[in-house]
Design a protein around this ligand. Structure first.
Ligand code: BGC
Length: 773
């Protein structure tokens, strides 16, 4: 189907030099909007006058760090008449020492307060998919704390839902639990672009695509911050590998920075109103991110109009003068000045040495004042001075239901030759194979670890759902250990079980760590990258043997991203990508396999057939001892590369099958008030209810600068009963057609013909049309 629409709006756009300013004009007062979004606070603000507030605030602020005042208690507390006036007044009373106490950590997860003036510490917690267990002041686990929490599916799983509402819901659960636990800031979302399949932390991030990244990040940010607590959007910027993360230098051209890596942060700040941003460990164009004037001052605070605070990643600062001048507001981390195992907070870069810089006249005190002002603004926004933050909630059935829904919608059916869903009729024996089937994942992965309130494994999920009438046998097939290889005895046990069963479910993939210790990391984990894209522990041989023993074997994989499936993919009738699905991940997987949930997840990143096909390896290289990460692939990240260079992926970006089928029809493209309106009808033509993620990609048919052959610019998830249709309208604004022109230092909408592709994946385009702009 091909529609050619010659749009009369062309002339209006002919001059189109779509500059940053246009977008920047929307940014105004984002922080204040966030600040005043709470109704009760707004009311009080209108009613109060400054002196009353000050007296009251001084009485209140000794409440300490946990800010869990219930609503009736909060009513006793006066609110500031004017936030900036309050901040001016506090600044006027503070000594230099007190100001500097606020711009660095005071324990592993707090930044300093000023007790004399009733300014509490800011309390933070990881993030990004659950509130982490209590660390005490210096990393010691707090014994006996009630700190098991809702363990949400990981970032790539959330992104695989392509459901903007679930982005918000995810954030809402996290925000409510953050508030309940007395934290002010949750250290997430992690939105680094997934560039290289080897990155150990891809599972914490969302996607390879800047548009999907931005849309999911905005929902997350709003969901959290509507609960009266702050996010910390991390890691700004281009921390896309763990290898020597504190040393590597990332080089990329300006266009790649603007078009691929910045949009997620820009949207989180400008649309989401993110209150804090975390500067990454790595260097960017030679400067450490936490000390980069370009990143922090010029782009984030300048162009993007960010009025919140920038904190460093933990121990990501390396020089006082640079950090202070670049626009870093809080230095976090506890590796400095360790004495007898305890951190010496005065030895931080932004502690005593910052005072010396001011006293010697090298740095003006106003530079410190600006940091303190930003910190106090964020404290206002998270209700530190009023105590009227909503109390939040913890481990509620509602939170568990949200975790389950996200898990349900995240599962991607990669391949299905009719094996799924498993038919219950006549099903007497199911063999579950694979050590991952019986493995819990919450506790591993590094700082994103969660002490889960509970975690349903795949084995448990299947047993629960199949009930007593079906015999579920289990054989691990491989062992999880650093040096584990093919184990003939375990394979024999697995193939025996498979041969004797009516259906076989293999659950394998990667792990976060060998044990539940956070520093015992492996594969999908912080601090290290994966050695290659291969399945570890001899799983390829095991899978081949199990498929030979029983061809009716479903292969389900838990991992943050792609693995090399070439050894067995042709022999597998059904392959399911289950990610790390949170506390109900096993239940969700079982429900999909048995057809109680119709899969609707779509890949948020391309699955290459092999590592060498990935653009970070085909056009660039993994850093060596020179510690340089050069983005020679430029814009051609993920499907932008595979499609433009005509490389066949194992499974393309946006791909995901369903137990039903969808028909796309009646595509029309028209000029609307705010952009090109893409209208189409989607019909569920199959036998069961299901959901489809309709994806809109744009190609610039001819452009002065090279562009990827197509780019995702909008999407929408629709749920349809069998036989039902829906008419969708998706709107493409100017941004959807523009590129960043480094020579003009701005976004350009170059007149010409654009092709609009609509489909169920980047490679399953069902309809297309053209517009002339
Ligand atoms: C990680 C951050 C995390 C911080 C605090 C760092 O190692 O990079 O993502 O928020 O630790 O745990």
């Amino acid at each position: 189907m091909s529609i050619v629409t010659r749009s009369p709006r062309a002339s209006a756009r002919m001059s189109a030099n779509l500059r940053c300013e246009k977008l920047a004009s929307r940014k105004a007062s984002i922080l204040l909007r966030a600040t005043f979004s709470d109704r009760s606070l707004r009311r009080t603000i209108q009613a109060m006058r400054f002196p009353t507030y000050l007296t009251a605030a001084l009485g209140l602020l000794v409440v300490g760090t946990s800010c869990r005042a219930p609503a009736d208690e909060a009513a006793l507390v006066d609110a500031p008449a004017d936030v900036e006036a309050h901040i001016d007044s506090l600044l006027a009373q503070m000594t230099l020492q007190e100001k500097v106490d606020m711009i660095h950590a005071s324990s592993s997860f707090t930044s300093g307060g000023v007790e004399r003036l009733g300014i509490p510490e800011i309390v933070m917690s990881d993030g990004p998919h659950g509130v982490r267990h209590e660390h005490g002041r210096d990393w010691e686990k707090v014994v006996g704390a009630e700190d098991a929490s809702t363990y949400l599916p990981v970032g790539t799983a959330l992104a695989a839902t392509w459901n903007k509402d679930l982005g918000y819901e995810f954030g809402r659960v996290l925000g409510r639990e953050t508030a309940y636990r007395g934290k002010d800031v949750i250290l997430g979302p992690g939105i680094n672009i997934i560039r290289d399949p080897l990155n150990g932390r891809n599972f914490e991030y969302l996607t390879e695509d800047p548009y999907l990244n931005a849309r999911m990040a905005v929902g997350y940010v709003k969901g959290v911050q509507d609960q009266g607590v702050a996010v910390s959007v991390k890691h700004y910027i281009a921390n896309s590998l763990e290898y020597e993360r504190k040393e590597v230098n990332v080089e990329m051209d300006e266009r790649t920075f603007r078009e691929i890596y910045l949009p997620g942060f820009k949207a989180a700040v400008q649309e989401g109103g993110a209150l804090t941003v975390m500067a990454a460990y790595n260097r960017f164009r030679g400067d450490w991110c936490a000390q980069s004037e370009f990143l922090l001052d010029e782009v984030l605070k300048g162009e993007l109009g960010f009025e919140g605070l920038v904190m460093s990643d933990w121990s990501a600062v390396n020089d006082t003068l640079e950090a202070v001048q670049a626009g870093l507001d809080i230095e976090m981390g506890t590796e400095l000045g360790q004495e007898g195992g305890k951190a010496d907070y005065d030895a931080f870069y932004m502690a005593d040495s910052a005072i010396e810089l001011v006293e010697s006249g090298t740095v003006a005190e106003e530079v410190i004042d600006d940091k303190v002002r930003r910190i106090l603004r964020v404290m206002h926004a998270v209700h530190k001075f009023t105590g009227d933050r909503p109390q939040g909630a913890y481990n509620t059935p509602e939170h568990q239901a949200a975790a389950r829904k996200i898990a349900d919608e995240s599962i991607v059916l990669l391949k299905n030759d009719g094996l799924l869903p498993l038919r219950r009729e006549g099903l007497k024996t199911v063999a579950v194979i694979g050590a991952n089937a019986n493995r819990k994942h919450a506790g591993g992965g590094g700082s994103s670890q969660v002490k889960a309130y509970y975690e349903i494994t795949a084995l448990q999920g299947l047993r629960d759902l199949l009930g007593d009438d079906v015999e579920v046998t289990y054989a691990p097939g491989y062992s999880v250990a650093p040096d584990a290889v093919v184990d003939a005895a375990l394979i024999r046990e697995a193939t025996d079980a498979a041969a004797a069963a009516d259906a076989v479910v293999y659950v394998g993939g990667l792990i976060h760590g060998y044990t539940d210790e956070w520093n015992d990391n492996a594969y999908d984990a912080e601090f290290l990258d994966k050695p290659d894209m291969m399945l570890p522990f001899g799983q390829d041989e095991l899978i081949l043997a199990v498929l030979a023993a029983n061809p009716n074997t479903v292969i389900a994989l838990q991992s943050g991203g792609p693995v090399d499936m070439r050894a067995w993919e042709p022999a597998a009738k059904a392959i399911v990508q289950a990610w790390y699905g949170g506390m109900d991940g096993g239940a969700a997987l079982a429900a999909v396999l048995l057809g109680d949930v119709n899969p609707s997840g779509k890949l948020p990143m391309t699955f290459p057939a092999k590592l060498e096909d990935s653009p970070a390896h085909a056009l660039a290289s993994y850093p060596d001892e020179n510690l340089l990460i050069e983005h020679t692939e430029g814009l051609f990240v993920g499907y932008r590369y595979f499609d433009s260079y005509d490389v066949e992926p194992a499974f393309p970006f946006g791909h995901g099958l369903s137990f039903t089928s969808f028909e796309y029809s009646d595509l029309t493209l028209t000029e609307g008030e705010v952009g090109v309106e893409v209208r189409l009808r989607v019909t569920n033509t199959g036998p069961v209810a299901g959901a489809e993620v309709v994806q809109v990609y744009v190609s610039d048919d001819e452009s002065s600068l090279p562009r990827p052959v197509k780019e995702l610019k909008e999407f929408s998830r629709v749920e349809l009963a069998p036989g039902a249709s829906t008419d969708l309208t998706l709107v493409l604004g100017d941004e959807a057609f523009s590129y960043y022109d480094p020579d003009q230092s701005g976004w350009v909408l170059e007149p010409g013909i654009f092709t609009i592709h609509v489909g169920g994946s980047s490679r399953d385009i069902r309809a297309h049309g053209q517009v002339e702009l």
